[in-house]
Ligand binder design. Sequence first.
Ligand code: PA5
Length: 447
Amino acid sequence: MKETISLNLKNLAGFIPFEEIAALAQQSAMHLDSLNNGTGAGSDMLGWMSLPNDVMPQFSNIEKAAGHLRSISDTTVIVGIGGSYLGAKAVIEALSHTFSSILKKVHHEVLFAGHNIDEDYMADLLDVLDERDYSIVVISKSGVTTEPAIAFRILKSHLENKVGKEKAAERIIAITSFNKGNLRQVARNNGYGMFEIPDNIGGRFSVLTPVGLLPIALAGLNIRELVEGARAMEAITRHGKNASDNPALLYAAARNLTLRSGRSTEILVGFNPRLHYFFEWWKQLFGESEGKEGKGIFPASVDFTTDLHSLGQYIQDGQRILFETFVSVVRPQKKVNIPAESDNSDELNYLAGEHLSEVNHRAELGTTLAHCDGNVPVMTISIPELNEYYLGQLIYFFEIACAVSGYTLGVDPFHQPGVEAYKNNMFALLNKPGFEAAGEKLRERLK
Ligand code: PA5
C-alpha cells in the first residue's frame, strides 16, 4: 500500500509549544484560500498548483521525445540554470546509482551544463562529448538567460560540427515560453522539437512540467509515478483546511514561529548523500521565494554524517541562530552488512551483522538528540522510501508549504526581483549594448 510522507514536530516542543504551531497553522489556512482563489500576491503565477493533473496529457509526448533521444544518442546534455536545472538534477541524482557513470552500465547518461560560466567545466564537458554520441535539451523559460544561452551556443556549434546541422536539429529539443524570449525563435528557425513552459509557472515551481519531466524521463525514471505522488500530496495539502491533517500548513507555521523566536537559518539535514541535489532544489525554492524585502529564513543544507565532521561543531555549539529540518528516509533500497572478524582489533564486532542503514539510523537519532540538547530546534520529515512516488509527494509538499510560508512572512513568493542586480552589473562590465554608461560607472568603482 502507498504511504504518505509525514512531519514530526515532537522535538520542537521544548522551543515552541505545539498549541502555538497548531494555532498559526490553522490561521494560515486562509493562505490556502488565497492560493486556491488566486487572491494573494503573485496570483498570476499559480499554474504549478494544478500541475499534477494538468501535466498528465503531456506524458506520452514527453516519453516519446525521451525515447527518441535515447534511441539516437547515448548521452543528453541538459542546458539550464536555477529552476530550469535543479528539479531534474534533484530527482535524477536521488534515484540513480551513485557510481553509474563509473560502472558504465547506464543505458543513457544525462549531463548538465549552462548552470555556471566556468571555462574549465565547459572544456571538460566538451572533452567528454568528443567521445559521445549526444543530444541536447536546452531549457530556459525567459529564453534570454545568459549562462544557458552561452552554453547552448557552444554546445550547438560542437554538435553541428560533429554530426552536421541537419542531424543536430534532430537531436536538439528546446523547452521555453512560447510567448517571449530568443530561444523560441532559435528553435523555430532551426526546426528543433519544442515543449512549452506555461507563463503562469515560475522556474523554481516547474519541475512537474517538461522542464523536469523530460530530463527525468531521459534518465530512465518513471515520470508518471513522480506525478502520481505529487497528486497524492495535492489531495492532502491543497484543500486541507484542518491544520492538524495538513503537514504543509504545520511545517509553514513551525518554521515561521521558529524564525520569530530568533532562528533565522533553516538547515535541511539528510543522511543519504543521494538527496544532496534535492536539498539544492529546496534551497532555491525557499531562498528565491522568501528572501526579499529584508525578510526570509536563510535556507542551508548538510549531508550527514559527512558534515558532522565539518559543520557539526558549529551546529552543536555555535551561535544559536539555527533550526534543523531532518529529511529521514525510512527504508533503504539496498543492503550492506558489516562482517564479523575473528581478530577484533578494530573493536567493531559489536556491530557485526548490522546493516549500514541501521548504524546510519542510530547516527540520525543520536544527532537529533544531541542537537536538541545543544538548543537547536529540530523537526523531522519522514519519507518511506527513495522512489519517484515519494519524491513526487515531497516536491508538492515543499512547494505548497513554501507558498503558504511566503504569505505568512508577508512576501510575494512567486517573483525574484533581486536576481537582476548581478545580471545588470555583469552586462555592464561586458559592454552589452544598452549597458555602456552603467559599465563606465562600474569600472570607476572597481579602480
Ligand atoms: O525560479 C526562477 O524563476 C529562476 O530560478 C529561473 O528558473 C532561472 O533564473 C532561470 O531562468 P530561465 O528559465 O528563464 O532561463
